[in-house]
Design a protein around this ligand. Structure first.
Ligand SMILES: Cc1ncc(COP(=O)(O)O)c(C=O)c1O
Length: 491
């Protein structure tokens, strides 16, 4: 290479250029159609497959590969995906998956995700259609939970991130935006959430620089809801001790039992005490779309901020959650940032109002909003509200079957859509027996509930979240539990 303009030109000759588009578009089109057909069949035929399959050692080994230096043919890659990945994923699309709080996804969301990947916009900011779609989803979300349409919001991976954003906004509102430069210094901010709140809340306090001990666990009542009298006393005691209460988080649907805190009372309390009122409505928010469930969530609309997920009760494919803040100025004050290369211009692409990157920690962001927008458009809020309502009705059916069977014990009141129970047995074996039964039915691929502890007791926990789950699926899970119990006690 002699550095002359001519040799420079040679570097750019077509044969030297490496791009990643296929030489044969028609071959890729055919493979893409096959993939699409297979995925549509996969969703159509879910019921015929096990709810979960454990990855065999040879599959695990086959997935352990060295960094690929050379290309692999697309057809070969797809064969590997079909054989090594597709059969062994979590299984939460399956109608008898009832573990944790996993949504079932939906086919229109899947299709939208493919388009989002093809268009590949960076939704960190600027003035384009993908940002407009995200703004629309934010406005719909505010409307759904009853916040003003002027509220700000940002789509995130899930409620863990959304709760972190809310804590950070509340912290910055309490101490002023300078806290972002100086740190909290000698301030002693303390926040409150019920002892049944999700573990992401103490983590959010930690990540916001306040320390997880600064989240005070408030005792719960017999329905696993925050005891507001206890909260009142804790706030007064902390103030008397020189601490600075700044925030209360209510939970609309606790992770273990589905309990809903009394949010109207919490809103009143926070207003009277000058505290930020945040609601972790990770899955409960979609209950606002059901006329039957909405009254249970009264007070949510008074929150200063709300975190929730689309990928749980909203049935949007993973991952998609949102942090909503009533006062956009406060939201912006906690996350806005300037950089020479992120200037807002008067004309061109770098224009537009609020950029999403100023509302959360991420700068580059994918087009999550499209699968949310598509799901809401495709099914409408009425059907999604009915899905939430139907999962609660199935939980009640399951609860009644448990209560009518002397071999079984309901361990907690059924909050919304979550049922915690166990097979009765001698005190010294009951936890281990139930843990084994749970593993037995998961490994048999029959059904996938998960577990929790209720007052220190091991509980089999069925969270009915998936729109595909029918009453007979929940009852089949229960039959499998009883059969496994019989098999084990006979041994
Ligand atoms: C009440 C509650 N809050 C927060 C979360 C965390 O949400 P994500 O898993 O989307 O981060 C969950 C998850 O189940 C939850 O149930």
């Amino acid at each position: 290479m002699d550095g002359s303009p001519a040799s420079h030109h040679r570097l750019n000759e077509p044969q030297n250029h490496q791009d990643l588009d296929p030489a044969d578009w028609e071959a890729v089109r055919a493979l893409g159609h096959r993939m699409m057909d297979d995925m549509i069949d996969h969703l159509r035929d879910l019921r015929q497959n096990p709810a979960w399959r454990k990855m065999p050692p040879e599959v695990r080994a086959a997935l352990h590969q060295s960094l690929p230096e050379a290309p692999t043919a697309p057809g070969e890659i797809y064969n590997e995906i079909s054989e090594l990945v597709t059969p062994y994923v979590t299984g939460n699309t399956h109608p008898r998956f009832m573990g944790w709080v996993h949504g079932g996804g939906n086919v229109m969301g899947m299709l939208a995700d493919m388009i989002a990947a093809a268009l590949n916009p960076n939704v960190g900011g600027r003035d384009h259609s993908a940002v407009a779609i995200e703004r629309q989803v934010v406005a719909w979300s505010a409307q759904m939970v009853g916040l003003p349409e002027t509220s700000s919001g940002v789509l995130v991976a899930g409620s863990s991130m959304a709760n972190f954003i809310a804590v950070t906004v509340a912290r910055t509102a309490a101490l002023g935006p300078d806290v972002r430069r100086t740190g909290v210094g000698t301030h002693n901010l303390v926040g409150y959430a019920s002892e049944a709140a999700h573990s992401c809340l103490p983590r959010a306090m930690d990540q916001a620089g306040l320390g997880s001990d600064a989240l005070r666990p408030v005792p719960t009542d017999h329905l696993h809801r925050m005891d507001i009298e206890a909260l009142r006393q804790m706030v007064a005691a902390d103030r008397a001790a020189g601490l600075e209460p700044f925030m209360v988080t209510g939970t609309a649907g606790t992770v273990s039992t589905g309990a809903v805190d009394n949010m109207a009372a919490l809103a009143d309390f926070c207003r009277a005490e000058g505290l930020w009122f945040h609601v972790d409505a990770a899955y409960g928010a979609f209950g606002m779309l059901s006329p039957k469930l909405r009254p249970l969530l009264a007070g949510l609309e008074q929150a200063d901020s709300v975190a929730f997920d689309f990928h749980k009760w909203g049935q949007v494919p993973y991952d998609a959650g949102i942090a909503l803040v009533r006062d956009p100025a406060r939201h912006l004050a906690a996350f806005d940032h300037a950089a020479d290369y992120l200037r807002r211009e008067k004309r061109g692409l770098a224009t537009g109002e609020l950029w999403p990157c100023d509302l959360g920690p991420d700068l580059s962001r994918g087009f999550r909003a499209l699968k949310v927008w598509t799901t809401l458009r495709a099914y409408g809020t009425k059907a999604l509200g009915r899905v939430a309502e139907q999962t609660c009705a199935i939980a009640q059916t399951l609860g009644a079957a448990i209560e009518s069977n002397p071999r079984l014990e309901l361990l907690a009141p059924i909050g919304l859509n979550i049922v915690c129970f166990r097979v009765r047995a001698e005190h010294n074996v009951v936890d281990a027996l139930n843990a084994d039964i749970l593993a037995d039915i998961q490994e048999a691929g029959i059904a996938v509930p998960s577990s929790t502890l209720i007052d220190g007791k091991f509980a089999i926990r069925a969270a009915i979240v998936n729109h595909r789950t029918r009453p007979e699926d929940a009852l089949a899970m229960l039959d499998a539990v009883l059969a496994a119990a019989t098999a084990r006690t006979k041994r």
